[in-house]
Ligand binder design. Structure first.
Ligand code: ADP
Ligand code: TMP
Length: 239
């Protein structure tokens, strides 16, 4: 029997018989406002599991090291167990969300270059922004590890921008998480789904991500189904 290790806001993590392998169960829970708003959304778990599997497989094919082992069924996957960096690594290609509100800008306003931000992952503290000096002072990661994380993040951005563009969506921004394997190597972990990125329809700028839920703009299930169908189509053209 797999032992429940952690119940998160969107997934449950189980220890398998192999000490180096975890089972991830994607749930239907959606949260916003640091968990203050929460709802069950039909099929969200299986849609995110499928979308994240496709994205991780694509990134691995292009040389990005990840925790992903395999998809088990509709809502479950196996991953390599990591010692996670308690960091949310955000890249922004377009002004939106908290970047827009922080600087009093309109969403969609042009920015001269991608923005790179890190946040300290702590629900109690509300995920405060953190800089390199803080990370080094708190021994959260070494300078080498921070450099490696940003190097991988930039590569992910350069791989996913054109993939989503082929799928008719603008990759506005996204959040990644990284962890360390037993041998000390750094891998992309967690998930990549419309729960942790912003995608805007290339033609209409319509929201195709969790902002649909955060802002009450319509059906999240219908939106994620569209994202999945478009990503599948773009990947089929790739092959
Ligand atoms: P949250 O913790 O933000 O509520 P989730 O519900 O997505 O998020 O829970 C998944 C948890 O598992 C996160 O805390 C994430 O950092 C962690 N995690 C993701 N991948 C791995 C991994 N390969 N090894 C260990 N922990 C992981
Ligand atoms: P933000 O504009 O709210 O800071 O979000 C930037 C990106 O990070 C966006 O794609 C959503 C994602 N994100 C998460 O995945 N988890 C979070 O807790 C937050 C705040 C943002």
């Amino acid at each position: 029997m797999d032992k429940l290790l952690y119940t998160g806001k969107a997934k449950k993590m189980y220890q398998t018989d192999d000490p180096q392998v975890l089972k991830v169960v994607y749930t239907n829970q959606a949260t916003a406002l640091n968990g203050k708003k929460h709802d069950q959304i039909k099929d969200k778990g299986e849609l995110n599991n499928e979308i994240s599997t496709l994205i991780f497989q694509y990134l691995m094919k292009k040389g990005i090291p990840t925790h992903f082992i395999k998809k088990l069924n509709d809502t479950e996957e196996l991953v390599k167990k990591c010692d996670m960096f308690p960091l949310e690594v955000v890249t922004r290609n377009v002004c939106a969300g908290h970047f827009a509100s922080r600087y009093g800008l309109k969403e969609g306003a042009p920015i001269a270059q991608p923005v790179e931000e890190m946040f300290y992952k702590s629900d109690e503290l509300g995920d405060p922004m953190i800089n390199t000096s803080d990370i080094l002072a708190l021994s959260i990661a070494s300078q080498d590890e921070i450099d490696k994380i940003w190097d991988l993040t930039r590569k992910v951005n350069e791989l996913l921008k054109p993939l989503f563009a082929d799928a008719g969506m603008r990759l506005v921004d996204f959040k990644l998480e990284f962890g360390k394997l037993a041998d000390g190597s750094i891998v992309l972990a967690d998930e990549f789904s419309p729960d942790n990125c912003r995608l805007w329809d290339i033609k209409t700028n319509a929201h195709m991500d969790k902002d649909v839920y955060r802002r009450g703009l319509g059906s999240l299930t219908d939106t994620y189904e569209k994202v999945l169908a478009r990503v599948k189509e773009a990947l089929a053209e790739e092959d």
